[in-house]
Design a binder for this molecule. Structure first.
Ligand SMILES: Cc1ncc(COP(=O)(O)O)c(C=O)c1O
Length: 409
């Protein structure tokens, strides 16, 4: 997935998204999508909670005033005994895969602010986009339903017919939530292909129902979603991470997590070094995203290159494409440590961390490493693990014991 084309728009998108509420009458010609939009009975503003940024983030511009509570915060930090780590290093893991069950992972952190913004602007529809197995889209579908909103997902994939749209992984949950799914070609660029369709859909919804839509860019990575990671930084601070660790490492997909953690860490003045492992795009893209965010937030005294180390070389065959070596490491880690990584993000991130610790240990500020597990487990359920799991002795320990009077075979 190339994110290059949408970075500027991602930051500015709020200017384009809100279609003022006007009364066009209820002409439901565009069908099923819009017929289901009928009223949410509770007052939407009940969902909002007032929000004040931590003191150390006070100088940021465009601070949000509200959030909605979606995540289970204060996720644990545990020692992580991954095999074959160089002597002297210790690795711990922050379990943000435990922010919820179907809302597991980093996306829900951003959605607490994005969906609060949607509710604040009285938008009943939430429109977003991603890959066909997007974690972000799934989280939008689940969270929207929890708040009584209508999710619409633009999904990129090489899919030719309706019957070929699967019911597995994140897609299964998208469907379980009754999200409207719009399939678009896999290579669709955000600015030129996706955003125009998203805007057009918002217009159609407005014409047909009079209701407003809230548009969220890929990965929820704009200056609203950013505050989700300001909150995570505050959680890390309260958990003593800034003193207990030297380095924080995680996977970078659209750059929002990197921006929030790098900028948050800078503002706290901590010595923790932030590393993002690129699983799509490259260092130039992520630095430009963080730099745009810095200027949108009014921070002119620092640049991305000084506050975050982007680790390249672990995208592998490409975004979302797994190599046998990566899948092997994921299963080795699950068999040895009980931590389940995903193939698209955390698997590549952990692979990157593991290789860098061995090959390039000086890249790290110290020896106390914290890996942020950003979720994504449903990406394992798309069938890609089948062949490996059936072929490896460790993951194919199947015995038949059909007759209680004889032993298993
Ligand atoms: C499981 C998981 N981890 C990490 C990321 C990367 O986060 P970001 O898009 O904020 O870079 C994503 C989404 O892109 C994700 O779904």
């Amino acid at each position: 997935m190339s994110h290059k084309l949408f970075s500027l728009a991602a930051l500015g998108i709020r200017r384009f998204i809100l279609f003022p509420r006007t009364n066009f009458g209820n002409n439901y010609n565009i069908g099923r999508i819009l017929r289901r939009t009928s009223g949410i009975s509770r007052d939407m503003s009940d969902m909002l909670e007032e929000y004040t940024v931590p003191d150390w983030a006070e100088r940021l511009q465009n601070k949000p005033t509200h959030r909605v509570k979606l995540a289970h915060p204060d996720t644990p930090i545990d020692e992580w005994k991954i095999p074959d780590i160089p002597h002297g290093f210790s690795v711990h893991i922050k379990r943000d895969d435990m922010t919820g069950s179907t809302l597991s992972g980093n996306k829900v952190r951003k959605l607490e602010f994005l969906l609060a913004d949607a509710v604040k602007h009285n938008c009943r529809h939430v429109i977003t986009c991603g890959g066909v197995q997007s974690n972000h889209c799934r989280a939008v579908a689940v969270a929207s339903r929890q708040l009584g909103l209508e999710p619409h997902l633009f999904l990129r994939g090489d899919i030719q017919s309706k019957s070929s749209v699967e019911c597995n992984g994140n897609l299964l949950l998208d469907r379980m939530c009754g999200a409207d799914l719009y399939i678009v070609p896999r290579q669709s660029a955000y600015l030129t292909e996706l955003r125009p369709r998203m805007l057009r859909l918002a217009e159609l919804i407005k014409q047909q129902t009079g209701e407003s839509s809230y548009l969220i860019p890929v990965g929820g990575s704009n200056e609203v979603g950013f505050y989700g990671y300001i909150q995570v930084m505050e959680e890390l601070r309260k958990q003593g991470v800034l003193e207990r660790f030297d380095d924080l490492i995680f996977s970078c997909g659209s750059g929002g997590t990197a921006a929030g953690l790098a900028i948050g860490n800078y503002l706290t003045g901590s010595k923790l070094r932030i590393h993002g492992v690129a699983v799509s795009d490259d260092a130039a893209y992520f630095h430009s995203h963080v730099n745009e965010m810095l200027s949108a937030l009014g921070l002119a005294d620092v640049k991305s290159e000084d506050i975050v180390d982007i680790v390249e070389g672990y995208k592998g065959k490409g975004y979302g494409i797994s190599s046998p070596g990566e899948l092997d490491l994921i299963t080795e880690i699950s068999c040895k440590t009980g931590i389940i990584l995903d193939p698209v993000y955390t698997g590549k991130g952990a692979y990157g961390m593991w290789h860098e610790l061995k090959r390039n240990p000086d890249r790290f500020h110290g020896k106390r490493i914290l890996f942020l597990h950003t979720g994504g487990v449903f990406g394992l359920y798309d069938g890609r693990m089948d062949a490996l799991l059936k072929s490896k002795a460790d993951t194919n320990k199947i015995k038949f014991w059909l007759d209680k009077n004889s032993d298993y075979s």
